[in-house]
Design a protein around this ligand. Structure first.
Ligand code: 5AD
Ligand code: SF4
Length: 366
């Protein structure tokens, strides 16, 4: 397969509709090969710290939306965050992701700066410490700058859908949830020097293969260096989930969504050979080995959950989240066992920043 085969929306959409197992097998194998060539044999881990479920936004799909009264809100203490960061460091993860609901008040933004600074200082061994990724929503440029100065160097902010109309259909109206603000935030992050990551949900109501093909091209156009794409999973306490909840999982629908997600990963690996592509946690809801299958289709990052068991149940963006009772150590043990079984090598103690993208001439875009 040639890279240039994947550069237009029609070809991508056709692949997303492909059902021939042999062809899909070839696509996944090719994606894995591209990943090996551009990013090496191994994969990278990032300890995921779900710092708080308090959010000012009210996205129509998300279980921790501000309008959901059934959630017990929590905020980890500084000590808990630092303890989880220390665990990540000692476990050899190399990086952490601080993720949480969106807040813009000064108390919050200053606290994040302080935490980032302290996490950076954790490594007493003279190494360069943990790589820090933030995933804390839309912020002002000044706040992004402050957090960068404190020591964060990567930021994840999903576009959710790059199609304006679809984006608007899954968010409340009004400026707080505006599409243009999200695009501006992604541009601001790049301008402030972050390695910028974005992503989408797959299988949204009203979403077509054309939308998804557009998403793949969007990642390339906006210059995403990291991408996290996961299946949309209805949450019963949300406006979108309430209308179409599947109480007992419809396995054919789940299998379809999983396959679509794997195709998205494999196609993106051809489009952005040097990117960091996450095997997202939501894939695990559809199949126990969902994340591992994504790694075999071209993904190269996994984010094992560090969050304290006492609050983990309160950070459910979607329903069916697995490992709610697992400690950070259980999570690590299970993951390492699965990866070992599949012969997937982990690059321990590495930041694992994205490689240089291939020049356009090699991609056939001249
Ligand atoms: N299903 C899948 N993913 C979801 N997210 C939020 N709610 C859901 C859901 N119901 C994802 C969004 C968000 C990320 C933190 O979690 O893409 O950006
Ligand atoms: Fe808040 Fe993010 Fe959930 Fe939207 S998706 S409600 S911004 S946590």
């Amino acid at each position: 397969m040639e890279f240039r085969d994947f550069n237009d929306a029609r070809t991508l959409a056709r692949w997303l509709e492909e059902r021939d197992e042999n062809k899909l097998d070839a696509l996944f194998k090719s994606a894995l090969e591209v990943k090996r060539r551009f990013r090496g044999e191994g994969i990278y881990l990032r300890g995921l710290i779900e710092i708080s479920n308090i959010c000012r936004k009210n996205c129509l799909y998300c279980g921790i939306r501000s309008g959901n009264r059934n959630v017990e809100r929590y905020e980890l203490t500084d000590e808990q965050v630092l303890e989880e960061a220390r665990f990540s460091l000692e476990a050899g993860y190399g990086s952490v992701v601080l993720q949480g609901g969106e807040r813009s008040d000064g108390v919050f933004t200053e606290r994040i700066s302080r935490l980032v600074y302290k996490i950076k200082k954790l490594d007493a061994g003279g190494g360069r410490g943990l790589g820090i990724t933030l995933s804390l929503g839309e912020q002002s440029r000044e706040v992004y700058r402050e957090w960068f100065r404190a020591g964060a160097h990567r930021y994840l902010l999903r576009i959710e859908s790059s199609d304006r109309r679809l984006y608007e259909s899954i968010h409340p109206s009004g400026p707080l949830h505006g599409y243009d603000n999200r695009i501006k935030a992604l541009e601001d992050l790049k301008s402030e020097g972050y390695i910028m990551g974005t992503g989408v949900m797959i299988g949204l109501p009203g979403q077509t293969v054309e939308h998804l093909a557009g998403d793949l091209l969007f990642f390339k156009k906006i210059g995403a260096a990291m991408v996290g794409m996961g299946p949309y999973i209805p949450h019963p306490d949300t406006p979108m989930g309430a209308s179409g909840v599947r109480l007992c999982p419809d396995s054919s629908a789940d299998a379809g969504k999983l396959l679509l997600s794997l195709k998205m990963v494999a196609l993106l690996r051809h489009l952005l050979p040097g990117a960091n592509i996450a095997a997202t946690t939501a894939l695990q809801v559809l199949a126990p080995d969902g994340r591992e299958r994504a790694l075999l289709a071209g993904a190269n990052v996994v984010m094992p959950n560090m969050t304290d068991v006492s609050v983990r149940k309160n950070y459910q963006l979607y329903s069916g989240k697995s490992g709610l009772e697992d400690t950070a150590q259980d999570t690590k043990d299970k993951l390492v066992q699965n990866l070992d079984r599949l012969g997937i090598r982990v690059e321990w103690n590495e930041w694992g920043d994205p490689g240089k993208q291939m020049p356009d001439c090699i991609l056939g875009n001249r």
